[in-house]
Design a protein around this ligand. Structure first.
Ligand code: SF4
Ligand code: SF4
Length: 100
């Protein structure tokens, strides 16, 4: 099953004009959001993006922007990795109880 997140909420932005075709974003993206076509990256489906930020960190040419760590997905992953209740601050109170 393909894991998708909410439609049209991912902060992922991509500028193909800046892409040099190194292929790193394709290698590092855990959800296959990018693929190579004619020596440039293309987005397959933005809604697959979990905003982990790996593509941004690995693109040396500034072609990709994402606001990492703001989604519920990252809150859940951080909770699994580091313990504690998942929190992305979506309750607006900053008390760690608003996520999912
Ligand atoms: S990492 Fe950047 S330059 Fe490399 S293929 Fe992806 S978008 Fe293009
Ligand atoms: S932020 Fe993560 S999931 Fe989204 S496109 Fe980049 S590497 Fe893939």
């Amino acid at each position: 099953m393909t894991m998708k997140y909410l439609k049209d909420v991912a902060t992922l932005k991509y500028d193909p004009e800046k892409c040099k075709g190194c292929g790193r974003c394709v290698e590092v993206c855990p959800h296959c959001v990018f693929e190579m076509k004619e020596k440039r990256a293309v987005i397959t489906d933005r809604d697959l993006c979990m905003e982990c930020g790996a593509c941004v960190k690995n693109c040396e040419f500034g072609a990709i922007l994402v606001n990492p760590g703001v989604g519920c997905a990252s809150a859940i992953i951080n909770s699994l990795l580091f313990g504690g209740e998942p929190s992305c601050g979506c309750d607006g109170e900053g008390n760690g109880n608003g996520c999912c």
